[in-house]
Design a protein around this ligand. Sequence first.
Ligand code: FUC
Length: 786
Amino acid sequence: MQRIVFTAVLALAAGTTFGAGDPTATLWFDQPASSFQESLPLGNGRMGAMVFGGVNEERIVLNESSVWSGSRDPEADRPDAHRALPEIRRLLLEGKNVEAERLVNANFTCQGKGSGHGNGVNLPFGCYQTLGNLRLRFGGARDGVAVTTDARAGAQDYSRTLDLRSASARVSFARGGVRFAREHFVSAPDAVFVSRLTADTPGSLSLTIALDRQERFETKATAPNELLMTGTLNDGRGGQGVTYAARLRVLARGGPVKAEGAALRVEPADEVLLLLAAATDYKGFAGRQLDDPAAATLSDLDQAAKKSFTELRAAQQADHGHWFNRVELELPATANSTLPTPQRLAGFAQGAEDPALAALYFNFGRYLLISASRPGGLPANLQGLWAEEIHTPWNGDWHLDINVQMNYWPAEVCNLPELHEPLHQLIASLVEPGRKTAKAYYNARGWVAHVITNPWGFTSPGESASWGATVSGSAWLCQHLWEHYAFTLDREFLRWAYPILKESALFYLDNLVEEPKRTWLVTGPSNSPENAFLLPDGQTAHVCLGPTVDMQLLRELFGNTARAAEILGVNDGLRRELTGKRARLAPNQIGPDGRLQEWLEPYPEPEPKHRHTSHLYGLHPFHEITRRGTPDLAEACRKSLDARGDDSNGWALAWRMNFWARLGDGDRAHKLFKTLLRPAGGGSGSLPNLFDSCPPFQIDGNFGGCAGVAEMLLQSHAGEIELLPALPKAWPNGSVKGLKARGNVTVDIAWQDGKVTTYRLVSRDPHPVTVRLNGESRTVNTVSGK
Ligand code: FUC
């Protein structure tokens, strides 16, 4: 069907399709990138590259996921903080939130500067940073090429494409009667960035090749055809932090390569192959644990250089296809689908139909996860692993109050469960530092993490009470352990994860406070992430007892931990305690205005359209609120969403899209999807290269939007497998193959005129499941996938 649809498109929009490719799997531009936001991302889970495709100068922004400044900070916890806890709680119980917040700010934040309010580059917290730039300056004359204001620099038939199926970026243009082509990819199996430059006329390739960085770098030629860039980052305490190395080797056919100072010169050649390896000596919970990154890059290059370009590409494509081809979503293309990506986004925002754009966005999300998160590596951060800065916004860290979790929403449903592993390892790595934090601040058992973390095991509260006191980051992370089990039914994994769940539950058990009015058990101090409320005397406060999100998270954590104990046949006493205390947690409450209440009391809010919608966590991603199981609460969520409004930051739009999908409202979910894809300008929406803009660029919205598309097509959280639970009118016809439902069931669906026409449920062993489609529910047997 794909090919037929595509052929029809070509016929429809003849003359405008240069570079367009498959409209569900191609991003393309008819000019070079003028900024990072127009460049094309490549990655192998550890190394990233952003392709600008300039005619005179090809700039490639390079990344390596462990290029982090900072270091472990044993002083981030205040050892005696727990002494302030009884007083903070007393004030909270008396409704003196402002006074309590003052005490939290003075005694219950992290010690030192924490994340530096997002500027942690020179602090122990550190900052994720770019590795640097690879620059290819083309031209016969040594000092470069003709200066021109034309972005295409006089080139004709220019196209720059990212093909999501092959994970390669191609640049192609003609100039001076010669056609030039460049192909770039990052290989996971061979651990190198690969670039091939060709021209259809021999001897047409003359260029200077350099490696640079904004700071802390030294580049030298280590051979006539090799450059080595090295540097050491700041550890944030006056010493040396992570050391990195990037090594480039140039193999030119038909022309010499020589070193000129700290650059290489090729002049003139028929074809040029570039191989680049990168490594750091970061030693932490993931990554390669190397002593000598420069030596590692040499051995990576020596290995890769044994292969031809064709062999390197074949290995990389087989590896990428192994992940990418597990799922196929087909939605029809229109004339709008053939436009260059920025114009395509603009057309869609102006009302052009383009169902295939949803398939592209969905595929792009899967592509980004495959490119930014691989087993054994660091998890995708706020920018995945793509950054051109030294001071990456918000330190490019892992925020635990929605952002890192959203990055992993597509992992299970999109049939990429192995790619969830880096997050699981991050969670495991927080147990030990989180135990210290639990003791220091709460004198409690177990482990805790608050709002932000980094590769150095930061688990302390943040540096300001207004957001840093959120105590449920670790509970939220634990959802990702349980959901991996729920989807895969991997008992070995559950056995591995159980101690982490259990110790998280122990922490919260030790921390529950009884609120006197209704004798509910609540957390505190905490926040409803980053949101504020108004007290009866009109004062603004953030710190509170038992925000709704904490209660939902604890019902989920306690329930999952008890269930895991039952499955594994362990810890009977704990199971009983968890079940007992779970029943006493403050329940979801519907406020006087019919909305789901965000706090224990129906406080008014200073910012009713706030981006965070944490109190709806119980609707999504957790599922204690469902439209059939708890219709009143679902209706209250709907009212809350209406009041919050349909305009917000990037990730917040993506979350709203998922909520509406859970509420079964496909058209509203599609409205949010459209807003997520609107050209961002300086605000929220999509950047020209489809990266999500919060603003600024933040990758969570890409993953949230990808998961949102899946959530509209398949849901499996409510004890049944529901097909097309929130199909919008905009996608009347289509098909999807290879999605996963909980219980390790692979799901294929085809639909026409908004109705399921065929479906297939595959599991390892056939067994009965309840499936809901076209308005009715029935029990069917899965077919065997053996
Ligand atoms: C969350 C959000 C901000 C931003 C930051 C990185 O806490 O509230 O909007 O996305 O993370």
